[in-house]
Design a protein around this ligand. Structure first.
Ligand code: NAD
Length: 254
């Protein structure tokens, strides 16, 4: 990875997924050098396709294999990006997985653990690894991906709902730890968005959640990415921290 001094560097976890790619494109269009972190092997088809798609649109980007469920992996990845690319000014904690749709008592301990580690523990890992560096530089913008399931309790989604509520709690608290260092931490709460994540959900569940959206359609990844880019780059965010912003077609009115 080559060095790019003077350019803002962003790490987007789950960067080759639906919302991750859309976010990378929006940030890249605004001149940010985007590092996609995801589970696929470096140099493999999936990673290379993602990079080629972005580069075709003029986005400066890199790919690193990083499992956000492993603190060691996260710490190594942050150190490597900062050494090979430059200081990370923007962190988008986007990696996440759905859960098997079933009542809480039918979830296995492994299923619970995997969802909690991927969707919530990972935010502690990335922020633990990166915040001391941002504090030392006196600057940072962090955007955490929650969900409407972080505000409401949906049946047969206990682990997912718990983690997305957790994302909001972590966002509100961590934001106040770093106020004085010009670091702002906010969250986004999408309703159902048309991405590969929906392939893991039964059609009945998709129909049920779509019917709950007053605007009557699924959201688009680009619509979520616009909000992420605002929270990562707008000067208005100087006075905005610890907040949750819905991209939900009017779903939650609070
Ligand atoms: N799609 C929706 O309806 C929706 C709604 C609300 C919130 N969200 C949240 O938005 C985020 C992105 O979702 P998406 O719809 O783009 O899903 P997606 O499945 O398209 O992308 C998720 C990405 O995360 C990656 N990932 C999974 N586990 C990982 C790990 N351990 N380490 C690194 N990367 C990992 C996957 O490989 C994938 O590329 C998730 O946090 C999700 O919970 C999605």
């Amino acid at each position: 990875m080559a060095e790019h001094s003077g350019t803002l560097v962003a790490l987007v976890t789950g960067g080759t997924g639906g919302i991750g790619m859309a976010t990378a494109r929006k940030l890249g269009e605004r001149g940010v050098l985007v590092v996609l972190g995801d589970l696929h092997p470096e140099g493999g088809d999936h990673a290379e396709r993602a990079l080629a798609g972005l580069r075709d649109d003029g986005v400066q980007c890199r790919y690193v294999r990083c499992d956000v469920c492993s603190y060691d992996d996260v710490e190594r990845t942050v150190a490597r990006i900062e050494e090979e690319v430059g200081p990370i000014s923007i962190l988008v904690n986007n990696a996440g997985i759905p859960q098997a749709t079933k009542p809480l008592w039918e979830l296995t301990l492994d299923e619970w653990d995997t969802v909690v580690r991927t969707n919530m523990d990972s935010l502690f890992y990335t922020m633990k690894a990166l915040l001391p560096r941002m504090v030392a530089r006196n600057y940072g913008r962090i955007v955490n991906m929650s969900s409407i399931s972080g505000k409401e309790g949906n049946a047969r989604e206990g682990a997912y709902c718990a983690t997305k509520h957790g994302v909001l709690g972590l966002t509100k608290s961590a934001a106040k730890d770093v106020l004085q260092y010009d670091i702002r931490i906010n969250a986004v709460c999408p309703a159902l968005i048309n991405t590969p994540l929906l392939e893991g959900l039964p059609q009945s569940q998709i129909d049920y959640f779509t019917a709950k959206i007053p605007l009557g359609r699924l959201g688009r990844a680009e619509e979520v990415a616009d909000m992420v880019a605002f929270l990562a780059l707008s000067e208005a965010v100087d006075f905005i921290t610890g907040m949750a912003f819905d991209v939900s077609g009017g779903r939650a009115d609070y």
